[in-house]
Design a protein around this ligand. Structure first.
Ligand code: PAF
Length: 271
């Protein structure tokens, strides 16, 4: 609401309809009331926070209709424990989103995977590096579900946070490769006051790990090179999956307890 007030966007009074079945949503999407309108789309896995709210606020400001999807996509989790523990907070999500969105898609897995995931989208280069090297199959799952959601929503613009930098590059690449008439809009990472990038996984951090977590962003930003950042993080008690520099961006993934965090920053020359 705060962000919305700052943008001067009037609050939306109605509770947005939630579609759990493809057919119900597709009937609405095909209706004349949606024809010829610009549609902003914010795909999420729920557990919404201020980072998602910023995406929704931007979508609201730039489009005539806004659609939010909430779907904890099983095919992008290479770790079954991570999938089981992923926070599911639908009621709170709807309360946060209601003033921004015209419709919410919250489909059951069978609705998005009638093929039981026999068909999938694979990118063969970038998706193998960084996150992909540590989470085999992750980006196949991401790209496949994003394409399915794009096909259902047919958005004008789709909003993605820069925290998931590699995901953003891959979604943009897929849109270009598959000739999709969608503008992918990158949105700056929203951070807590202490610098920790907002993430649905943050709420699972133990108090001592939450206190240590802001060092992740600091080490990425302040270290002269990637190996120095990784060493600084290990010394501070992080388990480091990777820290790497590529194309003016430093990306990293670390673990605190059983919570995995990712973040990135622009390198000084690129800032
Ligand atoms: O960034 C996310 O929350 C997910 O990867 C996405 C894009 C919603 C696909 O499941």
């Amino acid at each position: 609401m705060k962000i919305q007030r700052e943008l001067g966007v009037p609050p939306r009074p109605d509770v947005p309809p939630v579609y759990t079945r493809r057919a119900g949503w597709q009937a609405v999407r095909g209706d004349a009331a949606w024809a010829g309108r610009s549609i902003g789309f914010v795909p999420t896995m729920g557990a919404l926070h201020a980072g998602h709210e910023a995406l929704l606020a931007r979508a609201r400001a730039e489009n005539e209709r806004v659609v939010l999807s909430i779907f904890v996509n099983p095919t992008q989790f290479n770790d079954p424990t991570d999938l089981a523990k992923y926070p599911r907070t639908l009621e709170a999500d709807l309360a946060l989103a209601r003033s921004y969105v015209d419709a919410v898609l919250a489909p059951e897995p069978e609705e998005l995977y009638p093929d039981a995931y026999r068909y999938r989208v694979t990118e063969n280069e970038l998706s193998r590096r960084w996150e992909g090297a540590h989470r085999p199959g992750h980006f196949d799952g991401v790209l496949t579900v994003v394409l399915k959601l794009f096909n259902l929503v047919r958005p004008t613009r789709a909003y993605f946070g820069e925290k998931d930098w590699q995901q953003l590059l891959l979604v943009r690449g897929m849109v270009q490769a598959l000739l999709l008439p969608i503008e992918v809009v990158p949105c700056a990472t929203v951070r807590e006051a202490d610098g920790l990038a907002m993430s649905s996984r943050n709420r699972r951090l133990a108090p001592a790990d939450r206190a240590r977590a802001p060092e992740f962003a600091r080490a990425l930003r302040e270290s002269p090179d990637a190996p120095t950042a990784a060493a600084r993080l290990r010394a501070a008690g992080f388990e480091v999956d990777y820290v790497e520099d590529a194309d003016g961006v430093r990306m990293g993934a670390v673990r605190l307890g059983d919570v995995r965090l990712i973040d990135n920053c622009r390198l000084p020359a690129a800032r």
